[in-house]
Ligand binder design. Structure first.
Ligand code: HEC
Length: 188
């Protein structure tokens, strides 16, 4: 069978017949070709942008990691600055400020009473709790505000006792507040 042409609209029939089926030889529709060209252009752009640019034009996992590391470093620097600026005097001053005491009390009542008791006596209804009393002017690790701050921040040197390092759960300012609360409860 030879190629035949339909004179009215220029459609060409292809040369083969299979099981009596004939096939037109039509141009691909413009919308289809346009989509194809767009994907090719997009591929070139994306390939250059993602793999060939020296600048990090688009965010990559490493870039996000770097940003997180920078934030962590900044937080660490702020923490060190805050710890360096804290003194025994400033903690005592905080322990006279009602708003710090109230904030510290709220933290103490959620985080610390299981072992130190609601009244800091390390007892609950006459039963001894695992912690040590914090209202008896007796300090195993030092009575100075910064020493108290240190044990709460870094935990007991003897981890088996159960006094953990609270810096994993409380921010430095929260620890300062809880210490202010303890100081406000000292007998004097
Ligand atoms: C799981 C029980 C437990 C919890 C919860 C706990 N502590 Fe303790 N804490 C202890 C124990 C036990 C000791 C004594 C550690 C030692 O002897 O080495 C202690 C010691 C301390 C000391 C030092 C006392 C001293 O005599 O020098 C302070 C201050 C203190 N805790 C504050 C806190 C604060 C504040 C919280 C809440 C943020 C808290 N603790 C939560 C068990 C606990």
């Amino acid at each position: 069978m030879s190629k035949k042409s339909d004179s009215s609209d220029g459609i060409i029939l292809r040369d083969h017949v299979y099981d009596g089926i004939e096939e037109y030889d039509q141009k691909l529709p413009n919308w289809w070709l346009f989509t194809l060209y767009i994907t090719i252009v997009w591929f070139i752009f994306a390939w250059v942008a993602y793999y060939q640019m020296p600048l990090d034009m688009l965010s990559k996992p490493e870039k996000i990691d770097q940003q997180i590391a920078a934030i962590e470093a900044k937080k660490q620097a702020e923490l060190e600055e805050m710890m360096a600026s804290l003194t025994d005097e400033s903690l005592v001053e905080m322990s006279q400020d009602e708003s710090h005491i109230a904030a510290g009390e709220a933290l103490f009542q959620t985080k610390c009473i299981a072992c130190h008791g609601t009244d800091l006596s390390a007892t609950m209804n006459g039963i001894a709790l695992p912690g040590v009393p914090l209202n008896d002017a007796e300090w195993k690790y030092g009575a100075k505000p910064l020493e108290i701050m240190n044990i709460v921040t870094n935990g007991s040197p003897d981890i088996t006792k159960g006094m953990i390092a609270w810096n994993t759960q409380l921010s430095p300012s929260e620890i300062a507040q809880v210490v202010s609360y303890i100081l406000s409860k000292q007998p004097n």
